[in-house]
Design a protein around this ligand. Structure first.
Ligand code: ADP
Length: 519
């Protein structure tokens, strides 16, 4: 029967302490096996098993040491079995096989060894659990998508999560331990310092601050944070969450730029338009005064006794002068309408009267071309529209005079005026809301593909190559006038057959005795 040296027990306990009480997660298994080997050596056992009971449902772990050359004999009966107890709970079992005779072993040493191994198991487990918890916490922080940062009381970064590196390209070890301001854009450092001061003061406000990425590009981050205090009330650092708002800021900047450019362009266009209007109205005024004199005096000359050649020249002067006067007047009107300077005063007016006035004015020209003017329903006394009498007359005169100008000699110009009917599921019904004035001629017509062009300023659709005088402004002006009175103008035409212009205006209640307001 052998007896262990008393110093061997002390030696065993110190070897166990060294092996187990400073283990890390990574060398835990190796440390437990080293402990098992030390116990086996001390006890002369051929195999030592450390059986760890895993708390929380996981599978139990067994660490084994077998003397080299010994057959592994898992089925052999256990020699000595010692419970591994820590703080009143069993954390495992220590099993020694083929030990020396049990009674020769000092129980106290093995009991103490079991306590050290139990403490080692429990400690290592606690470390492992803490490491796993930290791992989980880090993974959660990395999954957040926002940057999580902690700064110490000295202003140095103590922690950032993976999102920081993903966003900025700056590695964890390149920021941790550095001054937190180091990566803030120089222009925003004062703002960031003010923010930190505000956080110490209890503010919960967030700020948008630029951080510099690894490539030097600024990234806008919305910083939400709070100051941390120790038990004595001193600042212990800061914790913050940073959201990348670079794209939003970029979009806002672009929108602001675009708005600025649009406003600038609009201001320039408005100034240019105003300058054009001013120029046109001054020019037309300057032109009209001498033109009126030219036309007036040449008309006087026309009446005097002249040689035929001279009379012809004067007639040309009168015609050219009148044409110029028309051009200047219409150009000015178009310009005034476009710039909203042509006032339109709406009133309930009898259409028949306006139509009759226009027809009377054009009768001499129509007679010259041997045209017949026919009125259909235009004479109805109760047909009234909401319009500016002067502007309606101007619009109708344009359409009428075109019908006369572009008609074949001996043709017919027909004026009709009727309430607009609506197609309904119950048949045709008058909606009473609109009145149509239609002027139809039996003239040269307009090519189908040029119908829309007739309303464009200075567009004469080939009439400039004919003898028919005109400025190309009449219909552009007419459309503007009609639209200014909330109406619509349309054209239908068949080339070589004739043309119809329709002017639709809001109908007014039939009050024949209502006075026409002065325009
Ligand atoms: P213009 O002073 O040339 O008559 P308008 O603006 O009044 O200018 O008309 C534009 C063009 O539309 C005319 O030049 C002409 O070619 C065409 N047009 C207008 N009315 C008629 C019509 N009743 N019949 C045929 N062509 C027309």
């Amino acid at each position: 029967m052998q007896s262990a040296e008393p110093t061997a027990g002390v030696d065993l306990l110190s070897r166990l302490s060294n092996a187990l009480l400073s283990t890390t997660v990574d060398d835990r298994s190796a440390a437990i096996r080293t402990a098992a080997a030390a116990v086996a050596e001390y006890a002369g056992a051929s195999r030592v098993l450390v059986h760890e009971t895993v708390v929380g449902g996981g599978p139990d772990e067994t660490y084994e040491w077998t003397r080299p050359g010994e057959p592994s004999d898992a089925g052999a009966p256990p020699g000595t079995v010692l419970p591994l107890m820590f703080q009143g709970s069993q954390v495992g079992t220590l099993i020694l096989q083929h030990p020396r005779e049990a009674q020769s072993l000092p129980d106290a040493v093995l009991g103490a060894a079991a306590q050290v191994i139990a403490a080692g198991l429990a400690g290592a487990r606690a470390i492992g659990q803490a490491a796993a918890a930290e791992q989980r916490a880090r993974a959660m922080l990395d999954d957040i998508g926002a940057v999580v940062v902690r700064v110490g009381p000295d202003g140095r970064v103590t922690f950032v999560n993976q999102a920081w590196t993903t966003l900025t390209g700056i590695a964890f070890h390149d920021i941790v331990g550095k001054d937190a301001m180091h990566h803030v854009h120089p222009d925003d450092r004062i703002l960031a310092a003010q923010h930190m001061a505000a956080l110490i003061g209890g503010s919960a406000e967030s700020r948008e601050v630029r951080f510099l990425a690894r490539d030097g590009d600024p990234r806008w981050m919305e910083v939400k944070g709070r100051a941390l205090f120790d038990g004595g009330g001193a600042v212990a650092g800061f914790a913050g969450i940073l959201h990348d708002v670079t794209e939003r800021r970029g979009a806002e900047l672009q929108a602001r730029d675009a708005r600025g450019r649009a406003e600038h362009a609009q201001a320039v266009a408005e100034r240019a338009n105003q300058a054009k209007s001013d120029f046109l109205s001054r020019m037309s005024h300057e032109l009209r005064t001498p033109l009126n004199a030219i036309v007036g005096f040449s008309e006087l000359l026309e009446c005097s006794d002249l040689e035929p050649d001279d009379a012809e020249c004067v007639t040309q002067i009168v015609r050219a002068g009148r044409h110029l006067l028309d051009l200047v007047t219409e150009a000015l009107d178009v310009n005034r309408i476009e710039s909203g300077q042509l006032p339109v005063r709406l009133a309930s007016i009898p259409v028949g009267e306006v139509v009759a006035d226009c027809a009377a004015l054009l009768r001499p020209a129509a007679a010259e071309r041997r045209l017949t003017i026919r009125h259909l329903r235009a004479g109805q006394p109760d047909a009234r529209v909401w319009a500016d009498p002067q502007r309606l007359k101007q619009a109708l005169l344009n359409v009428f005079s075109n019908a006369v100008k572009y008609s074949h000699p001996g043709g017919t110009v027909t004026v009709d005026c009727y309430p607009l009917d609506l197609e309904t599921p119950f048949g045709r019904e008058s909606d009473g809301g609109w009145l149509r004035i239609a002027v139809t001629d039996t003239g040269i017509g307009i090519p189908a593909d040029r119908l829309d062009d007739v309303f464009l300023p200075f567009e004469r659709i080939g009439a400039e190559r004919t003898e028919v005088e005109g400025t190309g402004l009449g219909l552009a002006l007419t459309r503007s006038l009609v639209e200014a009175m909330s109406g619509q103008i349309r054209v239908h035409s068949v080339q070589g057959v004739g043309t119809t212009f329709q002017i639709d205006l809001p109908a007014a209640a039939p009050v024949p005795d209502q006075p026409v307001p002065a325009s």
